[in-house]
Design a binder for this molecule. Structure first.
Ligand SMILES: [Zn+2]
Length: 296
């Protein structure tokens, strides 16, 4: 069983994401990709902030796809921190409770290019904690030219939010999150895929140990790189934190493919990953966190 915790779709193809004409998959194309790579279910994340959107993918689009294919897809909603009144006092529980009532299991991917500490972002976190909806977020290295919540090297903004909202589950994702697997991350390489042995002292292992409300989205090239660049370290990290690591891909263009599921299968078959860690990362952690109720 594999549950992909990080997928995107478009309802039908509109404005492409680049000159080459690529776009996210339609629900039907995504199901064919999942069948090809042995993924049973996928969590669909809407994209509603303008920073990284070409064709928008709304919460309503995601709900429609999930209602059409309820055995394959799980919906998230997305509520931009500026939505409604662009106010730190906006009652975002109104939005969140509506989508929660429609079956959404979390919020994101949050891609607004605002600082973690921005009052608008803190307000969103406050309401997500109140509504008991986990958040998945992209981290940006700086303002402008990027999308995602802005944080500094060392992830002080994320840490302050983890401490301020202890009952809110934060799912880390993106290059500036995963580059912090290693203590030698720099401003220059944090938005890329740093290789080589992991140096002790990284913010991600430290925060995972200190904050039980932090989860890792093991997805995209950044997640794959972080836990395979130093394989021994990666396997020990997976064993230690498997209850809070979610397999995902974020690979949603039909012409692309991913190696994440295959790496887990091979690591398990070769005895590098225990049954428990393999099962947790592949689907059990997601099954628990998103309350999917899939029986053993
Ligand atoms: Zn994504």
């Amino acid at each position: 069983m594999f549950i992909d915790a990080h997928l995107h779709i478009v309802r039908r193809k509109g404005l492409p994401r680049n000159a080459a004409g690529s776009n996210f998959a339609t629900p039907e194309e995504l199901i064919r990709m999942m069948d090809r790579t042995g993924v049973d279910r996928g969590v669909l994340l809407p994209g509603t902030s303008p920073e990284c959107a070409f064709q928008e993918s709304t919460s309503e689009d995601i709900l429609e796809a999930c209602e059409t294919y309820p055995d394959r897809f799980v919906p998230f909603c997305n509520v931009d921190p500026r939505v409604g009144s662009n106010s730190p006092d906006a009652d975002l529980s109104f939005h969140l409770n509506y989508y929660k009532g429609r079956g959404c299991r979390g919020v994101g991917e949050i891609t607004a290019n605002l600082a973690f500490g921005d009052p608008l972002v803190q307000n969103l976190f406050r309401h997500c904690e109140r509504c008991e909806l986990p958040v998945i977020f992209h981290i940006a290295p700086q303002r402008y030219g990027y999308y995602g919540l802005i944080d500094t090297v060392g992830l002080a903004g994320l840490e302050a939010s983890l401490a301020a909202f202890p009952r809110l589950v934060f799912i880390g994702h993106s290059q500036p999150f995963w580059a912090e697997i290693s203590g030698d991350v720099t401003f220059e390489n944090r938005n890329s895929y740093p290789g080589g042995p992991v140096v002790p002292g990284g913010a991600v292992p430290r925060l995972m140990a200190a904050y039980p409300n932090l989860y890792c989205g093991w997805d995209a090239g950044s997640g794959y790189n972080a836990l395979t660049r130093d394989p021994e370290f990666g396997w020990s990290f997976m064993e230690r934190f498997s209850e809070r690591i979610l397999f995902g891909t974020d690979i949603c263009d039909p012409s692309n493919t991913h190696r994440h599921a295959e790496y887990l299968r091979t690591s398990h078959a070769n005895g590098r990953l225990s049954d428990k860690a393999f099962e947790n990362i592949s689907w059990r952690a997601a099954n628990r966190l998103f309350r999917l109720g899939i029986p053993n």
